[in-house]
Design a protein around this ligand. Structure first.
Ligand SMILES: *Cc1c(COP(=O)(O)O)cnc(C)c1O
Ligand SMILES: [Zn+2]
Length: 422
């Protein structure tokens, strides 16, 4: 029977490709925790059985027969060059602003100054909307449109809200964003300017999520929160696909990623698995490192205590807005990928982050966001401890533009501090 279905699929693919039409390779959806299989192309949030995140499973055996990695060479430099590994069936539904294919910068000057020579920064600041959140929301909003959804809602620490507003407005969908009252005003302004409905909530992002949830039920809006629907992770996964492609299909030894909800980290880990199944990479998989801020480090604590899930962090405080996530629905997925990859988790202080932003701006010319700078701090700790070897190839992720965080610098006597070279 399975062989028969296999044959039929082969046939369909040949017919469609022969006509020059694109057919998606989504096989089915699956709960990441209990394994329950679910129908693709129905509207899903969390698993109806256990309440955990749902992921997309592709027909990689079929894809392997029709797509070679060299076929990518002639395609446009954005995430949709990997469209066979993304969940959209009809390309007309794709909402794209050219997200992805960000530069992988070899940090020669930084290396010269500090004596390491295999360090790269994947600069996600160069995405539309100024952060890597554009990847996840380009895919998730496109899929929502394909599924006929009209109203999208989410709690946001800033960057996700900005990206949602952009793609929703572009696709003619309504967006409702719940942000903490103390979120930097630049994020609020950018969401409103891009056409979103913004509601400010007293408390942290989990409080925003609670208020959003109540409204979603009342007004029948779709919750597009990270990992609470199956498709944002598919967009974020493209960071892993690109990294492989940009390094000539040889994965680095270590990836250091600033972890909030963890979708980026879990997404990349999923990407590497898919690339292995396609036979596109042979190298061993990277050790994945999650970085958090000392003021909000639930994953680091759970990793160190060998826990399967993370306890919520009571009072999250950090300048790295994207890391101010006291509890993540995908906590067990993050912890799994750290352990499976023989990686680790590191907490760094806001002071170290601020210093690192200045150091890198002055040596390498990149103005990192605090989350991105946190990965450099973690890198230095791990090298000092010998956890990262001298000749290991390391990739840091700068997840957003430093320009989003001018509130950290304005009126703070910054220049005096810099001249002292603290
Ligand atoms: C959202 C965000 C993060 C955290 O990303 P996850 O993939 O959800 O862990 C890190 N940095 C920035 C700038 C963000 O906006
Ligand atoms: Zn389940």
């Amino acid at each position: 029977m399975i062989q028969f279905i296999d044959k039929c699929l082969d046939f369909c693919i040949i017919v469609y490709i022969g006509k020059g039409l694109f057919m998606g390779y989504v096989n089915y959806l699956k709960c990441s925790y209990c394994g329950k299989r679910l129908e693709p192309n129905l509207i899903w949030n969390l698993c109806p059985v256990c309440g955990k995140p749902i992921i997309v499973i592709y027909n990689l055996k079929q894809l392997r027969k029709v797509l070679r990695r060299d076929d990518l060479l002639s395609r446009a430099p954005n995430i949709w060059r990997y469209q066979e590994l993304l969940p959209i069936d009809d390309p007309d539904n794709i909402l794209s602003l050219g997200e992805g294919y960000t530069p992988l910068i070899y940090t020669r000057e930084l290396g010269r100054q500090f004596g390491f020579y295999n360090l790269f920064i994947k600069d996600e600041a160069q995405n539309p909307t100024g952060s890597f959140k554009a990847r996840g929301l380009s895919v998730a909003v496109s899929k929502a449109k394909e599924l006929g959804i009209n109203e999208l809602s989410m709690p946001s620490a800033g960057n996700a809200g900005v990206a949602l507003s952009a793609y929703a407005s572009m696709g003619g969908l309504k967006s409702y964003i719940y942000m903490s009252r103390d979120v930097p005003k630049t994020f609020v302004v950018e969401c409103i300017a891009r056409g979103a409905n913004v509601q400010l909530v007293d408390g942290v992002i989990t409080d925003c999520a609670r208020v959003a949830h109540e409204d979603n039920i009342k007004y029948e809006r779709f919750d597009i929160s990270t990992l609470k629907e199956p498709y944002r992770i598919e967009g974020k996964k493209t960071m892993g696909l690109e990294l492989a492609e940009q390094l000539g299909w040889e994965l680095p030894d270590v990836i250091i990623y600033p972890t909030g909800g963890g979708t980026g980290l879990v997404g990349m880990w999923k990407a590497f698995e898919e690339l292995q199944k396609l036979g596109w990479v042979n190298s061993k998989l990277p050790r994945m490192v999650a970085v958090q801020s000392r003021g909000c480090a639930p994953i680091v604590r759970a990793f160190n205590n060998k826990k399967k899930f993370a306890e919520p962090w009571p009072e999250p405080v950090t300048i790295a807005e994207g890391l101010r996530v006291p509890s993540a629905i995908g906590d067990f997925l993050i912890l799994n990928s750290l352990r499976e990859s023989k990686g680790t988790a590191v907490a760094v202080s806001d002071q170290e982050i601020l210093r690192a932003i200045q150091t890198i701006a002055q040596t390498q010319g990149i103005f990192l966001c605090p989350e991105g700078a946190a990965t450099f701090v973690a890198f230095r700790h791990l090298r000092d401890q010998g956890w990262i070897g001298d000749d290991e190839r390391v990739v840091l992720f700068n997840t957003a533009s430093g320009l989003k965080y001018m509130h950290l610098w304005l009126g703070k006597d910054l220049l005096l501090n810099i001249n002292k070279k603290s």
